[in-house]
Design a protein around this ligand. Structure first.
Ligand code: NAD
Length: 491
């Protein structure tokens, strides 16, 4: 992967997929400090990437302030058109972006390409959304009451490593569409795809509208403290989300927090286990379980429990799991050493407590962070693997019998991000879905967010949400004008 004739950017310059710079005020910026992401498939360092300083952030915020004055006043339709152009340009780099996402994130190539496509979908969705009309709430002989939505200002986007580009795009595209300027901080584990996207997009945007900076542990807190950033859109763990909110409170920044979860997948007795097993397996293990809305607990009706377990094991055993240098993979490694150790801790806790492994899995046997998937057979409700977010390829399956008891167990968690229900009786499925205390539920499909659907966490899974038309409002202030029609002129 490198600079070739067919990777020429819109200005005729080469887009080099082997060098990475921060994007500040419309141009490429290095730094005296650098680091490298680690290829999770072999544990080896990838390319150099600059670490932005506090000064870099101040320069970026000042550039965003200048840009906001005009960008916020461009016509909505013009911004739609620009997003469409960026999407078209970005579409030319799907191969390279797919490969980049594979190398930095550890996804098998076909899934890395799906992430690149999903990022493009985020752009295309926003490019297709028209403006919010001023709403007339009331209009009579005394009063005209109208409501409108205005761009929020400078947005700081703080992103995780599991879907580095797709999640960043869920923040970039709505912020740009609604007239805000955005500074994106990718996770230091996966900085490359976001920096490269921001570089490609510069040709279509005034300087300072979209900026991206890789940083160390200091950059996120500097952003949440910065007095001139109006909003933080954060996706990451609930623990960090709480720190972000506490820090943002000092300047009363708006926050959107998309946080962790411990979603349940509920399987009713009327399903054909062989029909649903491939999708239930995907729901639990896609991206080696590193998906915020993955099925992290499986609850299967006791009458089909053994059959479902057998069908699920058959599917997962048929997958090839390994480093992304190998072909025909279904699952790659977990993304980083820290996460590898967290998941290893779950394996060890289950083994120490004598919980039954229906599928044994395997951890710590490769140079990279590959973990062979494991399924636990009916561990107790109070076990760590049931109560905590594992974010890796080890999943507990439990029996249920009574619907009310099941829902009490499913909802007995301080998180509420997602959930799935599987039943051939759609009435029953919807009844159960509506009683799950979580922001998004899937019925008869594995968990896949859609750009056009609002996405939010209940309880400690988040504050506010993103996606869909409602998500656009998260990047806007609302203003109501009370216009009285009384005569105030000089008589
Ligand atoms: P994380 O919380 O460790 O880091 C997320 C980002 O926050 C990174 O960019 C990191 O550098 C930055 N950060 C760390 N400390 C900070 C601080 N004090 N102030 C500001 N920024 C700070 O999360 P992660 O390990 O990258 O991601 C995994 C977690 O994210 C899981 O819990 C997963 O469920 C969750 N997640 C949620 C969603 C969602 O949409 N709800 C999506 C993906 C991942």
């Amino acid at each position: 992967m490198g600079s070739t004739e067919d990777t020429k950017g819109p200005n005729g310059t080469l887009v080099d997929f082997t060098t990475f710079q921060n994007i500040i005020d419309g141009s490429l910026h290095g730094s005296t400090e650098i680091h490298q992401g680690i290829n999770p498939s072999n544990g080896k360092p990838l390319w150099d990437v600059p670490i932005a300083s506090a000064d870099d952030l101040n320069v970026a915020v000042a550039a965003a302030q200048r840009a906001f004055k005009t960008w916020s006043k461009t016509k909505w339709e013009d911004r739609q058109e620009i997003l469409g152009k960026i999407a078209a340009e970005f579409g030319k780099y799907q191969e390279q972006m797919g490969e980049l996402l594979m190398l930095e994130g550890g996804k098998p190539i076909q899934f890395a390409k799906i992430e690149a496509w999903a990022a493009g979908e985020g752009l295309r969705y926003c490019a297709s959304e028209g403006p919010f009309a001023d709403e007339v709430l009331e209009d009579d002989e005394n009063l005209r009451l109208t409501m409108r939505h205005t761009p929020i200002g400078i947005v700081g986007a703080i992103c995780p490593w599991n879907f580095p580009l797709a999640i960043a795009m869920n923040k970039i595209a709505p912020a740009l569409l609604t007239g805000s300027c955005i500074i994106v901080k990718p996770s230091p584990f996966t900085p490359y795809s976001v920096l490269k996207f921001a570089e490609i997009a510069q040709a279509f945007l005034p300087p300072g509208v979209l900026q991206a900076m890789n940083g160390d542990a200091k950059l996120g807190p500097l952003m949440t403290e910065h007095p001139d950033i109006a909003k933080i859109s954060f996706t990451g763990s609930s623990a960090t989300g709480k720190r972000v909110m506490a820090s943002a409170a000092k300047t009363l920044k708006r926050v959107t927090l998309e946080l962790g979860g411990n979603s349940a997948s509920i399987i009713c007795p009327d399903v054909d286990v062989n029909k649903i097993a491939p999708k239930v397996a995907l729901g639990a293990f896609y991206n080696s379980g590193q998906l915020c809305i993955a099925s992290k607990r499986l609850y299967v009706h006791k009458d089909i429990y053994q059959d479902m377990m057998k069908a699920l094991i058959e599917v997962v055993k048929g997958w090839k799991v390994g480093p992304t240098s190998e072909e025909g993979l279904m699952l790659g490694p977990v993304q980083n050493e820290m996460q590898h150790n967290i998941v290893k801790g779950f394996f060890e806790d289950c083994a120490t407590n004598g919980y039954e492994f229906a599928l044994p899995g395997e951890v710590g046997k490769s140079d990279g962070f590959v973990i062979q998937p494991a399924i636990l057979d009916n561990p107790p409700d109070e076990s760590k693997i049931v109560r905590e977010e594992q974010f890796g390829p080890i999943v507990p399956m439990m029996k249920w019998d009574n619907e009310a008891e099941l829902l009490a167990r499913v909802n007995d968690t301080n998180t509420g991000l997602g959930g799935a229900v599987w039943s051939s009786d759609l009435e029953q499925a919807q009844r159960i879905a509506k009683q799950i205390e979580a922001g998004t539920i899937w019925i008869n499909n594995n968990e896949m967010p859609l750009s056009r659907a609002y996405f939010s966490g209940h309880k400690e899974s988040g504050i506010g949400g993103e996606g869909g038309r409602l998500g656009l409002l998260a990047y806007m202030n609302t203003q109501v004008i009370h216009m009285y029609k009384s005569d105030v002129g000089r008589s």
